[in-house]
Each structure stands twice: as structure tokens, then as C-alpha cells.
Ligand binder design. Structure first.
Ligand SMILES: Nc1ncnc2c1ncn2[C@@H]1O[C@H](COP(=O)(O)OP(=O)(O)OP(=O)(O)O)[C@@H](O)[C@H]1O
Length: 551
């Protein structure tokens, strides 16, 4: 796939409506809802967008509404049909309507509003359509332009993530304004196998295209994002390359992952130690404070020596600590030099993928905590003019987000909470990907301003979304169990109203294809079988002389 759709250039309101699909019947259950009837032959599904005409502030305008429910209903009056002795055809004849095709749909729709071009957002028309008003399908072009909360006239880039699900294949593009979700954070939520990492990769691809050139860092606990490297292939040049620009893909493999001891804090150190006593904690606290003032190169040996120097008496506490420190820190994972040059790790036009798949969950959390604190400090300093190490915004994605920001405790949770609440001011955006929203910290989830939500069956996870995600109305939540892989509801800051989307295909290969177990078994059996029979010579088939000497 190499055709990349161009985003709209403005909001032409002329062709808002297309085919007339029904007639307004009555107000709906909620104050902002109305019901219209449509012939059953017209396909108007939940999540579809319709328009009706009204006048607002003296001008005629098209009001957009989102279909929240569609139910089939017999079109003939119930009082006649209640008598089983009367044939439906006879009733239809008497009413002068065709008898075969008399089903109608009762469709509920919720008013989104008319598009106020000055305010660049939807405004409430403050009245429902009059019964008898015509309802038409909103046109593809109109939806493409008004659904994203994008400022088309600015130079801000948008991410082409897919197409409207209810429309013909690839008829109406769905764009997400990158600045909106990068500033107020993103959540990608779905049951396992519904397309979370696929969708997150689509978002990364879009953010690395020449029009945005993002600085991205991916925490990848399963090692499934390395195929993003495909962005650099010649076959993808038309999408990702522009003049001197080609995205950099920096995959840090499990062997190369290190945590700088000086980047840990006292709490991290303590969490690594095996049940330290109060005296050990107090000694380590003093030693750590002194060491941090003295140098930004701290090895295990340095900590132990400092503890020994400070341990008055028989060094019993220091030697008990030494044993624990060696056990915790004497591993390849730890390096003594502080990570000074953060631009090795993050840079504009580069995605760095940290493959954490060989680390324990505790180590993954500790590494994320140390790194995120360091990056956050660097961003704050750069914004204050105290350092120009990271003088560009950052966006970090955490796959298995519930592991780093669980509903409970984790070394990485406090810094994630801080970045999610304060990061906007410092150009530090976060994307949380999770299949268990109910296991995510509720504050973290509610701070993600834009959500891409895919199929979710589990009632606890649905409940977590209901409680923490403002933009997810009941009608949106009702959609979630019925979605299939690759289908999503996009809601929140990046969109003016929730949008049912078919996520586009990746330009790069997907790194997390599920294994086709039966073909793997057949293949492995065949290899094993050939291996077993490789040296067996059939004496009757072979020309070779067979040694018949008795054993
Ligand atoms: N937009 C899409 N277009 C085409 N195929 C898709 C799309 N989204 C998902 N898929 C298919 O669905 C499969 C599952 O997607 P993915 O690996 O992203 O799921 P996941 O939710 O991350 O699962 P897990 O929790 O197991 O990691 C993919 O292997 C891919 O084949």
C-alpha cells in the first residue's frame, strides 16, 4: 500500500448532505436525541452520521447527528396486525402501500451540532429537528473535514489512521491531529488479538512521516516493534522519505539495554534489595546522598565502599548491605556511568524501540522509572532554558501499559502520573497501550485525552472505560464487543465526536503475527522426521554394498 491520502485543506460546508434517508418522527429518550424513520432498504447503522437542516442565528445550517440505535419495525399499524384473521397484504392494500417491502427502521440519533467555522468546533443548535424534517446521510467529504478536531489551515500534521467503518471501503478517510493527541496523551485499549500493537504501529508510522518527524520512544516488553525498521526500505520511500529525511529506527536489543546506576533514586535502590533492615536503609540513604553529590559515575563497589566508610562500629550493617547490593546490582543490566547524552536515545525523526523482553517485570518498571524521570527533567530544563539537551517535544509509547502504570504500585507509576498530568506544559506526550483497562491506574487512564478503543468483551474493562473515559458514552461502549480486529472507536481530544474507524493497513510488516499452530506443528514434524531418517540407508534400494558381518 503506497497511496497516502491528502488531508482536507479546509472545511467546505457546501456538500454536507448526500442522499435523503428518512424523516424525523419525534424527540428521543435524551434531550439531545431524536428519532427518524427510514425505509428498511436504507442501510443506516449505529455510528453512522446524518444531517438535517435548521436555522441557527438567522442562517440556514446543516446539523450533524450520530446514529445511536437502529431498530427494525413493521411498517403496518399494530392494531390491524394484532388480529391474526387479517392478512398483512389486505392492510397494505387498504392503506395503499406495497405489501412486500413494508419494514421500516426506527433510528435514534444524537445531535453533535452544526459546525461553527469561526470557533472551529461544533455548536449546539439548542433545538431538535421538527417532526417531518428530512434526514440525509452526511457526505464523505464533509465528515472527513469536520470529524477531526484539526485546524486544516495550520501547518500541523495529521495522522491518516484509516477510514469510516460504516462507509464504503476507503471512501471517507479518518485523520487524527497529531498535536492534539501528542499534547494530551493517547490510550489504545483492546482485548488481546484485537489489533492494539498493529494500531499503535500505524500511529508510529504516521508520526514518523516527513510531515511530522516525531521524537519517539517505545517501551516494548514483547520485542514486537522492531519491524518498524521497514520504514527505511526503498519500497516505502514514497511514504516515509522526503529529500534528506528518512526516519531513523533505533532498536535497542535486550543485550544492549542498560540502566545507569546514577539515574536510580534511593527508592529504586531500596526496591531492588532483599528485605533490608531499618539500619541498612538508613545507612544506604546517607551513603547514596553523599555519592550523588560527589560523582555521576557510581558503581556497586562505590556504594559498598561508601557504606563501609559511614558504618561506624563493626561494619556488620555495611557487610549485610554489601551482600544485598552485589546480588541486586552486579548484573550486566547495570552500568556505572550516568546516561549523559539523551539525544543518543531520542531525536527528531527517530523512533527508539527498547526491547525489554528479557527483563523481569520489576526490572522493566525500574528501567522505565529511571529513564522517564531523566527525560522529564531534561524536558523541564530545556523549557526553562537551563539546558538544551532535549529542546524538542517527545512522545513515548508504553506497550502493556498496565505493567508500567498498574492499579496498585510500581516504580514507574509516580513518574507516569506526573508526566500525564504535567507533561503537556513540557512537550512530553505519553501513549498507553493496554488489553486490561481495569488493571490500569484510574488517574493514568483518565489523563489520556484521546482514546482508540477496539474490541473489549470483559465487563470489568468496559466498566473501567465507562468510569475513566469522559468521551465514551453508552452508545460507544455498546459498540465495543461487536468490533472485529482492526476496527476501533476513536474518541476524545483528537476528534469532535466518537468515530467508528477501520484502521488502515501498516506500511511496515506486523511484528506480532499470532502463530498458526497447526502449520507450525506440521512443519516441525516434517523437519524432525527428515532428521531422523537422514542416515538410514534402505539396503534394497541403495547401490551401496551393505556390510552383513554379524554384530
Ligand atoms: N488494521 C488492521 N488491518 C489488518 N489486520 C489487522 C489490523 N489490526 C489487526 N490486524 C490483525 O489482527 C492481528 C492481531 O493484531 P495485534 O497483534 O495488533 O493484536 P494485539 O491486540 O496487540 O494482541 P496482543 O495483545 O496479543 O499483543 C494481527 O496479527 C493482524 O493480522
Amino acid at each position: 500500500m503506497s497511496d497516502v491520502p491528502e488531508p482536507p485543506t479546509g472545511r467546505g460546508m457546501d456538500a454536507a448532505s448526500e442522499t435523503v434517508v428518512g424523516t424525523v418522527a419525534e424527540p428521543g429518550e435524551r434531550a439531545d436525541e431524536f428519532v427518524f424513520v427510514a425505509p428498511d432498504a436504507v442501510d443506516v447503522r449505529t455510528g453512522e452520521f446524518v444531517v438535517y437542516e435548521t436555522t441557527a442565528e438567522g442562517d440556514s445550517c446543516d446539523v450533524l447527528a450520530r446514529v445511536t440505535n437502529a431498530e427494525q419495525e413493521r411498517g403496518l399499524p399494530g392494531e390491524f396486525l394484532a388480529d391474526p384473521g387479517v392478512e398483512p397484504e389486505a392492510v397494505a392494500d387498504a392503506l395503499g402501500v406495497p405489501s412486500g417491502d413494508v419494514e421500516i427502521d426506527r433510528v435514534s440519533a444524537r445531535v453533535v451540532g452544526y459546525f461553527d467555522t469561526e470557533m472551529e468546533t461544533f455548536a449546539n443548535p439548542r433545538s431538535l429537528p421538527d417532526p417531518g424534517s428530512r434526514v440525509a446521510l452526511a457526505s464523505d467529504e464533509f465528515l472527513e473535514a469536520v470529524l477531526p478536531s484539526a485546524d486544516w489551515e495550520s501547518e500541523s500534521a495529521t495522522a491518516h489512521v484509516g477510514w469510516l467503518l460504516n462507509r464504503e471501503t476507503k471512501a471517507a478517510n479518518v485523520f487524527m491531529p497529531i498535536d492534539a493527541f501528542a499534547a494530551t496523551h493517547l490510550a489504545v485499549l483492546a482485548s488481546t488479538g484485537s489489533g492494539k500493537s498493529y494500531t499503535a504501529s500505524v500511529v508510529i508510522e504516521e508520526m514518523l512521516r516527513p510531515q511530522s518527524r516525531a521524537a519517539m520512544l517505545v517501551f516494548d516488553p514483547h520485542g514486537e516493534y522492531d519491524t518498524l525498521d521497514g520504514m527505511r526500505e526503498d519500497g516505502n520511500a514514497s511514504v516515509f522519505q522526503d529529500g534528506a529525511y528518512t526516519p531513523e529506527v533505533n532498536v535497542v536489543t535486550p543485550d544492549e539495554i542498560t540502566v545507569a546506576i546514577p539515574d536510580l533514586n534511593y527508592g529504586d535502590l531500596l526496591a531492588l534489595l532483599d528485605e533490608p533492615s531499618e539500619r541498612m536503609k538508613e545507612l544506604l540513604d546517607r551513603a547514596w546522598r553523599e555519592l550523588q553529590k560527589e560523582s555521576n559515575e557510581i558503581g556497586v563497589r562505590d556504594i559498598i565502599s561508601k557504606c563501609e566508610a559511614l558504618d561506624e562500629g563493626d561494619h556488620g550493617t555495611a557487610s549485610a548491605l554489601a551482600w544485598r547490593l552485589n546480588r541486586a546490582l552486579n548484573r550486566d543490566l547495570f552500568a556505572s556511568a550516568a546516561r549523559n547524552d539523551l539525544t543518543d536515545l531520542v531525536a527528531p525523526g527517530q523512533v527508539t524501540v527498547l526491547q525489554l523482553n528479557r527483563l523481569s517485570e520489576d526490572d522493566q518498571q525500574m528501567l522505565a522509572a529511571a529513564l522517564l524521570r531523566k527525560l522529564y527533567e531534561a524536558r523541564k530544563n530545556a523549557m526553562r532554558g537551563d539546558g538544551d539537551d532535549l529542546d524538542f517535544p517527545l512522545f513515548t509509547l508504553l506497550e502493556e501499559g498496565h505493567r508500567f502504570a498498574p492499579d496498585g504500585s510500581a516504580r514507574s507509576l509516580p513518574i507516569l502520573r506526573t508526566i500525564l498530568s504535567e507533561g503537556r506544559k513540557f512537550g512530553f506526550g505519553v501513549g498507553i497501550i493496554s488489553q486490561r483497562p481495569s488493571k490500569l491506574d484510574a488517574d493514568v487512564l483518565s489523563q489520556c485525552g484521546t482514546q482508540i478503543i477496539m474490541q473489549i468483551q470483559n465487563p470489568n474493562d468496559q466498566q473501567a472505560i465507562r468510569q475513566s473515559v469522559e468521551s465514551a458514552g453508552e452508545d460507544v461502549l455498546d459498540e465495543l464487543p461487536g468490533l472485529t480486529p482492526g476496527q476501533a472507536v476513536i474518541a476524545g481530544d483528537a476528534m469532535n465526536t466518537p468515530v467508528l474507524t477501520r484502521i488502515r493497513e501498516r506500511h511496515t510488516q506486523h511484528g506480532a503475527e499470532s502463530l498458526d499452530a497447526t502449520s507450525e506443528w506440521r512443519g516441525s514434524w516434517q523437519e524432525w522426521h527428515e532428521e531422523q531418517n537422514r542416515d538410514v540407508v534402505d539396503p534394497y534400494e541403495s547401490d551401496e554394498e551393505v556390510d552383513e558381518t554379524p554384530l
